[in-house]
Ligand binder design. Structure first.
Ligand code: GSH
Length: 174
């Protein structure tokens, strides 16, 4: 397997999961500005959407969308317990969390990275993000992990996206 990644991006989440699972994989660095891979290819020939993460399987298939990639990986080694079994209620709850992190925290913080956006617009998105962080805070005050009693793929994803806050002067201590 090959993981196409760029430093400091959401591709860290499947990278953490690959390491947690101890699966063999190769890393291929992508320059998100030029869309070139470190070995000189146009990354858009791998993922026409042009963004990381992308996982290339040994049969040549390419899987994209972080929340789906991490579930695919964790299902390869169910004994590691990074996801509940497919078809169970616990799995649906985990997917509820993955969707929350991707649409509310990951996509919710994206406007803050946009240099063209005026500060008052950024303030609007920042406040909205804080409401979502309040919800996370309330959850993690009751339990150590987002989706249950042990570390799961959604904790790797949340760790990744919360790591960006420091770059955008978002004080999660609030
Ligand atoms: N929906 C995608 C979003 C992926 C995404 O936002 N990737 C960013 C890095 S965190 C990226 O590569 N952006 C470059 C671009 O859009 O050109 C997912 O969840 O995997």
């Amino acid at each position: 397997m090959k993981l196409y990644y760029a430093p400091y991006t959401c591709s860290l989440s499947p990278h953490i999961v690959l390491r947690e699972l101890g699966l063999p994989f190769e890393l291929v660095k992508v320059d998100n500005k030029t869309k070139l891979t470190a070995d000189g290819r146009d990354f858009r020939t791998v993922n026409p959407k042009g963004y990381v993460a992308a996982l290339e399987l040994d049969d040549g298939q390419v899987l994209t969308e972080g929340p789906v990639i991490v579930q695919y990986l964790a299902d390869l080694k169910p004994e590691n317990g990074l996801v509940p079994a497919a078809g169970t209620w616990e799995r649906v709850r985990l997917q509820e969390w993955l969707n929350f992190v991707t649409s509310e925290i990951h996509a919710g913080s994206a406007p803050l990275f946009n240099a063209a956006l005026p500060e008052d617009a950024k303030a609007f998105f920042r406040e909205k993000l804080f409401k979502r962080l309040d919800f996370l805070q309330a959850t993690l005050a009751r339990q150590d992990y987002l989706a249950g009693v042990s570390f799961s793929v959604v904790d790797a994803y949340l760790f990744t996206v919360l790591g960006w806050c420091a770059f955008f002067s978002i004080d999660i201590g609030r």
